[in-house]
Design a protein around this ligand. Sequence first.
Ligand SMILES: NC(=O)c1ccc[n+]([C@@H]2O[C@H](COP(=O)([O-])OP(=O)(O)OC[C@H]3O[C@@H](n4cnc5c(N)ncnc54)[C@H](O)[C@@H]3O)[C@@H](O)[C@H]2O)c1
Length: 340
Amino acid sequence: MTFHIGLIGGGNITETHARAARALPGVEISAIHGTNAEKIARLCREHGGTPYQDFQAFLQHRPMDLVIIGSPSGVHSTQGIAAARRGLHVLTEKPIEISTARADDLIEATRQSKVQLGVIFQDRIKPHIRQLKNWVDQGLLGRLLFVDARVKWYRPPEYYANSRWRGTLALDGGGALINQGVHTVDLLLWLLGDVVRVQARTATELHKIEAEDTAVAILEFASGALGLFQATTAAYPGYPRRVELSGSEGTVILEHDRIIAANLRNTPHAAASAALDENESASSAVVSDFRGHQTVLEDFLQAIEHHRAPACDGPEGRRSIALVESIYRAAKTADRTAAV
Ligand SMILES: NC(=O)c1ccc[n+]([C@@H]2O[C@H](COP(=O)([O-])OP(=O)(O)OC[C@H]3O[C@@H](n4cnc5c(N)ncnc54)[C@H](O)[C@@H]3O)[C@@H](O)[C@H]2O)c1
């Protein structure tokens, strides 16, 4: 069986999608849509497929079984809904959208059209992070008490200045929290479960953008665990994301996608030795090591083939946006607090 894929976007992350798709057997890129004619023409020359600037014409291209959406975050639902109505499965980049209302529309459209919806949160399939999730689920950390998560990244001024959508409320939905921090927001929800209340502050400290470049939040999980969360794109030169998770049976520390300490009362099996990614996410948006995306795509294709849910489906992908929305809401209220 061959899967025919249509790519949407044509920028930085579509390059990663194209390389990930080509690395998989039984996958062909059939068409690429984007607003920048030069970029999509180059991608098609290098990776195959027909370039389309016209979105409707792109959607009619056949054969095509699924689309991977790598356009600005604020158009994910419009494009995903249109694709679903044409019977195409939808794998979209994080965040699923810039609001829960739009995420709900996309989830509903894919449900009605009976097509799969997946959200690319590649952390969920990284070997050490899966290992940590297994330890949590097996109770090796005991009762989860506290998590401290820091995304102290840096993006140069050009990252925003040369983009029509990054750091804008209309198309990015915010700044460092919804774009960079959302990977870690998803991770915390996946590991610790739902958050019921947040206290938060956001600020635009360094960059000339309308959204925040820095966000800090106190998280109260439904389980009773507490969390401290920080996300910024203003911390030159950028440091690996760090998550320190303590339970009644000990502490595990994650740096980027690696477990760097596992101090537990009951010694767990050694962390998975599989290769870890080599991306420079702390200082760049480029995802040159595409293995994470490749595994997400492989899982999504299997989900289509076997009629099962993908690693992160629509409702799962929505959770991080619900929390991000609450953090933004809390930051705007007088007492800086919001229920989730
Ligand atoms: N999973 C990850 O690690 C990861 C990393 C980077 C980006 N992303 C996500 O990928 C998406 C794109 O980010 P990027 O870094 O590739 O941005 P980018 O600016 O490099 O690329 C976006 C492309 O979309 C095109 N575009 C603009 N408006 C469009 C429209 N209406 N329809 C179709 N194409 C349009 C632009 O021409 C541009 O080439 C964002 O949602 C971002 O959050 C995910």
